[in-house]
Write a protein that binds this ligand. Structure first.
Ligand code: NOJ
Length: 769
């Protein structure tokens, strides 16, 4: 039943046919993926557009942040009053940061029941890694290399958010980054475009499901288009200047993959790319995304990124910024107030074509139709569903599953891990042992502080051991509130003595060190990559009295921990694992869960190696030509290699690789190899396949990931695996953006990390298309 109250809109929808986005015409996600538009929906949009005034069209392109205590009385003056007025006049198409059924209903009701046309709002939110229940930060999830688990995690986040009235997430962030100084490394899938593309697809499919109109799914958003992860010096919002080879081969593939997976929206970016702010980049948004890639969803600008084009030195004033953004194909304005104030005039002056506005509005309305909002604008608003789903056991179980899969065992000398289940005296030391907030990480807007299971709580469920806890040092003396406060690390050593005493009396020390939940994330770039504050000092003091140390890292980015690698026998990368953090870590420490994570980013030896990535180019001077020779590509005071390479991660068992064979086919090559579990426990291994194209028109990296498989093997079990490499994997983008496979010599490398163990060479002649 159609429950839209507005008679004009009802007339449009009824005369143009049924209102469902899953209509008789068969419009569903698959149809939109192939850009095969649903004619019926398009007709409805035509009718709607014909009714809309210029102001109402601009209104659809305007997005506001939540602006007053929504369930309280309406504001009378100031900015909030103006926004409220705009909402009632049909000048708002979307809102963000309005959450919970009650709040969302209050704004949706105004849009639907008080405006002339009654067009529903689309409600956006940063559902980055969970909503109220927090899953591991995206970088951590990526370390699982488990695409099904990642997809499920996104689906659970969508379910919880949708139950709270949200129908659009600003995720996934698919920015590739090679620079651990950049705080938003935590929000992406790491440094590799192949892994990044696979994870982008998993996340889009998880958020959107197979039916966007379901009240359990949300529209996804691929961001930040494009190049944001390549900020100079790793400093957030900084200039990005990259060549076309990097743009096409590294930055764009995950965006293209997201588009192919049917992502319904894109977000542009704060940064300029080669001199043009992304928000005004016509090539990216119109020519590439909308024309060449045939994207038929819409593009939202990033927060205030339109007016920021003045500071970039690209737009003269707000009006000019609106003109540049609209002409470049930026469809919706997030909090710049540029479209709502300037666009009507710009059209009247002929500086922006009304047909371009119509195109933007059509795209926005299309997604609203697909979400089922015209069928029932209140479909995401059901208190009972909200109560049943938010924080439910199903969602917490999924968060725990994802958390365990995200942990990476970096080092385990003499099998110090797993811990013994009985009779071991354990000291738990460090600022994170009892912290119930930091494990939630950055981007956890809807979660409550203090809701994570701490490490001490997780360890407490293993009752047979004596565990003593000592914080040792506080990391910061700030509060945990989001997001404005920058943390100052404490200089107080008064807890050291107690920590050292507890360590001395223990059989094994578990030290939980790393970064506070808000020492990574947006605006949290770092110039140093060591353990912040006094933690390194504490680690060294404890190590002096007890060598059996297990270092459990809590962090949002790769850290430079060379001293720890040289001295500490066991190191566990536990990132920021979300609500179930402590349980997941304890299960790994006690061997109830055999770790299988692999690094999606290289870990540096020192910050000076940034940017650091495994798929670098060889250069003309790649290797040491002779003893004492200076003139080759290196540092005089540091190695070139990472501390832990991309793809690295250990297990409580051991895997061996054998008999790699390459068979040529008409459309590429087929690889076969065997992998065996040589240990005494069941374990999972991520088998990784890399290639090198030896000579090319545009030089290729020394290694590129092109396939992987996560396999579970029983003790002693051996499995033969097959991988097919076709033009898609063997080819690359030339500098003009065309994709090519050049015949010639290749090497294929296989192993359990980018430091591979087997290799074979083969030659590709021209392939069948
Ligand atoms: C700015 C961030 O760059 C973007 O990723 C986010 O979605 C918006 N703020 C909205 O919160």
């Amino acid at each position: 039943m159609n429950i839209l109250k507005n008679s004009l809109l009802l007339l449009v929808l009824v005369t143009a046919g049924s209102c469902s986005s899953k209509s008789e015409g068969g419009m569903d996600q698959k149809a939109s993926k192939s850009t095969h538009l649903n004619q019926e929906v398009e007709r409805k949009i035509d009718s709607l557009l014909s009714l809309m005034t210029l102001e109402e069209k601009v209104g659809q392109m305007n997005q506001y942040n939540g602006f007053w205590d929504l369930t309280g009385p309406a504001p009378k003056e100031g900015d909030a009053a103006k926004k409220y007025d705009h909402l009632k006049s049909g000048l708002v198409g979307s809102m963000l940061n309005v959450t919970g059924v009650e709040e969302v209903r209050s704004v949706q009701k105004i849009a639907v029941e008080e405006t002339r046309l009654g067009i529903p709002l689309i409600i956006g939110f940063d559902v980055i890694h969970g909503f109220r229940t927090i899953s591991p930060i995206p970088l951590a999830e990526s370390a699982s290399w488990d695409l099904e688990a990642i997809k499920n995690s996104a689906a659970m986040a969508a379910k919880e958010a949708a139950a709270s009235g949200i129908n659009w997430t600003f995720a996934p962030m698919v920015d590739i980054s090679r620079d651990a100084r950049w705080g938003r490394v935590m929000e992406g899938a790491g440094e590799d475009p192949y892994l990044g593309s696979k994870i982008a697809v998993a996340r889009v499919e998880g958020f959107q499901g197979s039916d966007l109109a379901s009240p359990y799914t949300v529209a996804a958003c691929a961001k930040h288009f494009a190049g944001y992860g390549f900020a100079e010096g790793g400093r957030d919002y900084n200039t990005v200047d990259v060549g076309t080879s990097t743009l096409y081969n590294t930055i764009l593939p995950p965006f293209k993959a997201a588009k192919e997976a049917g992502v319904r929206t894109f977000m542009n970016a704060f940064n300029e790319l080669n001199g043009i702010p992304a928000t005004a980049d016509r090539f990216l948004q119109r020519e590439l995304l909308k024309d060449q890639w045939n994207f038929d969803g819409f593009v939202v600008s990033d927060w205030g990124s339109m007016i920021e084009m003045q500071a970039h030195g690209y737009a003269r004033d707000r009006k000019h910024a609106a003109e540049l953004a609209a002409n470049a194909g930026s469809d919706m304005d997030m909090e710049s107030y540029a479209y709502v104030n300037e666009l009507v005039d710009l059209v009247k002056q002929g500086k922006v074509q009304e047909s371009d506005l119509d195109d933007s509005v059509r795209r926005i309305l299309r997604v609203k139709f697909e979400l089922g909002l015209f069928e029932d604008p209140y479909k995401y608003l059901n208190e009972e569903r909200e109560d049943a789903i938010v924080g439910s056991k199903e969602i917490n179980d999924a968060a725990l599953d994802m958390a365990r899969k995200s942990i990476v065992l970096l080092k385990n000398k003499n099998n110090l891990l797993p811990l013994k289940r009985k009779g071991q005296k354990v000291a738990l030391i460090g600022p994170f042992v009892s912290d119930k907030t930091s494990p939630l990480g950055s981007w956890r807007l809807a979660a409550e502080d203090g809701t994570a299971i701490s490490l001490a709580e997780g360890m407490a469920s293993y009752e047979d051991n004596t565990v003593r806890v000592s914080e040792g040092v506080k990391l910061s003396n700030g509060s945990n509130s989001f997001p404005m406060e920058v943390k100052v690390n404490s200089r107080d050593r008064s807890g050291f003595d107690e920590a050292v005493k507890v360590a001395k009396e223990a059989d094994v020390v578990v030290m939980a060190l790393g970064e506070d939940g808000f020492q990574s994330g947006e605006g949290r770039s770092r110039a140093e990559l060591g353990l912040p504050g006094l933690q390194q000092e504490l680690l060294e003091e404890v190590y002096k009295v007890n060598k059996n140390v297990v270092l459990v890292l809590h962090n949002g980015r790769p850290l430079a921990i060379e001293w720890a690698d040289q001295h500490i026998p066991a190191i566990v990368e536990a990132w920021q694992l979300g609500t179930q953090s402590g349980h997941a870590i304890a299960q790994v420490l006690y061997g109830d869960y055999n770790p299988s994570g692999k690094l999606p980013v290289s870990f540096p030896r020192s910050v000076g190696q940034m940017p650091l990535y495994y798929n670098y180019k060889n250069t003309g001077r790649p290797t040491l030509p002779g003893e004492g020779v200076v003139f080759w590509s290196h540092y005089i005071d540091e190695e070139n290699t990472p501390l832990y390479p991309f793809g690295h991660g250990l297990s409580y068992t051991e895997f061996t690789y054998d008999t790699l064979k390459v068979n040529k086919h008409t459309d590429g090559v087929q690889l076969t190899l065997t992998v065996k579990n040589n240990g005494e426990v069941v374990g999972k291994e991520v088998v990784q396949v890399y290639i090198r194209d030896h000579f090319a028109t545009v030089t290729r990296p020394v290694k590129e990931l092109k396939a992987f498989e996560l396999v579970s093997l029983a003790p002693g079990e051996e499995r033969q695996l097959q991988f097919n490499l076709t033009k898609n994997e063997l080819g690359y983008y030339l500098n003009d953006g065309s994709f090519i496979l050049e015949p010639g010599d290749f090497t294929v490398f296989v192993g359990g990390s980018s430091d591979t163990v087997l290799e074979e060479t083969f030659t590709i002649e021209a392939l069948d298309e």
